[in-house]
Design a protein around this ligand. Structure first.
Ligand SMILES: Nc1ncnc2c1ncn2[C@@H]1O[C@H](COP(=O)(O)OP(=O)(O)OP(=O)(O)O)[C@@H](O)[C@H]1O
Length: 310
């Protein structure tokens, strides 16, 4: 058992018919992390989350949730895990506080005498205290989503699992959810949040896992993933033909776009590239060593573009 991990899977597989929606993934979500579970639509994120929470069974492989094997220890572990899988809470005709009282009443372990304190505390944590008495119908989408998260926070949780919590939200709602995730993490809750939008989780995540067609194609601290992107050298020159020859002699494979030559992963220090160009009397307007953005790295990993703007 991995005590320092809030969630771990080993060789997790889920087949529907002959097709593997989840194809042997090894998740490692450290305690205290905000783990961005990224991947295009249909890459297997929701299926994975449903198995982790015991809502679906795996075809093969193991799941450890808070250090306990699932689904064998579901009854012991799940009360410490909050989840938002089905989107905003229903009951638009009730006030936010009344919705939470309903959820709390549905929990057989919840003492009715302390219900108001739990509801008040959950509303407070998601910043809905002022809107507690307002009908959910009058809530913005961001407020509804925060209410859904409040329902998952009625009791103290060690891990919060959010499946695409910003789906359908406007930029304001997205910001609200992002701030909430940050606040929860600051309080020591491990947060596992899925998204097909890199930009939405990039700012809050300490770790990321990238899914592509049922496989986990990258995983680790977000800074490590950033650092793993290999740089490229970019040269701007009016003497494109001559520059091309110099770069090739240095072992680079430049591509040309107008007066700009770009070569991936240069094995030569950039100052040597400049020296070689100047020695061949190539007139250089500009030279830069660029690191591909995380976005470009993910596109390279998944073969699909993330919808950055949302
Ligand atoms: N109950 C099911 N029966 C058959 N196929 C399914 C079932 N659930 C999911 N799939 C298929 O498994 C694949 C992965 O789906 P999943 O919902 O896990 O992806 P996802 O990454 O969460 O995408 P999305 O963001 O669209 O939910 C898809 O091809 C989907 O059609």
């Amino acid at each position: 058992m991995s005590a320092d991990l809030a969630l771990a899977t080993h060789g997790l597989v889920k087949r529907f018919g002959g097709r593997a929606a989840v194809d042997g993934i090894d998740l490692a979500v450290p305690r205290g992390a905000v783990y961005g579970f990224l991947g295009p639509n249909g890459s297997g994120k929701t299926t994975t989350i449903r198995i982790v929470l015991g809502l679906a069974s795996a075809t093969s492989g193991d799941v450890e949730l808070l250090g306990r094997a699932m689904p064998a220890h579901a009854r012991e572990v799940l009360p410490r895990v909050g989840a938002l899988v089905e989107g905003p809470a229903a009951y638009p005709w009730l006030s936010g506080a009344a919705v939470l009282r309903r959820f709390d009443a549905a929990d057989r372990d919840a003492d009715p005498r302390t219900r108001d304190a739990r509801v008040g505390g959950a509303l407070e944590r998601v910043g809905l205290t002022a809107a507690a008495g307002k009908r959910v119908r009058a809530y913005s989408l961001g407020m509804r989503q925060r209410l859904g998260i409040a329902a998952a926070l009625l009791v103290r949780r060690d891990l919060l699992v959010l499946d695409e919590p910003t789906n359908g939200l406007d930029p304001q709602g997205t910001r609200e959810v992002r701030h909430l995730v940050r606040d929860l993490a600051a309080d020591g809750t491990t947060v596992f949040v899925s998204s097909h939008l890199l930009a939405e989780v990039e700012q809050v995540s300490t770790h990321v896992g990238v899914m592509s067609a049922g496989r986990l194609v990258a995983q680790g601290p977000i800074d490590e993933l950033r650092g793993a992107a290999r740089p490229r050298v970019r040269v701007e020159t009016p003497d494109v033909g001559a520059a091309h020859g110099v770069l090739r002699r240095l072992g680079l494979e430049p591509s040309v776009d107008g007066v700009v030559l770009t070569a991936e992963a240069p094995a030569v220090p950039v100052e040597d590239v400049v020296a070689a160009l100047v020695a061949e009397r190539v007139r250089v307007r500009g030279v830069a060593l660029e690191r591909p953005s995380l976005e470009e790295r993910f596109v390279a990993l998944t073969g699909e573009g993330f919808d950055v703007a949302g």
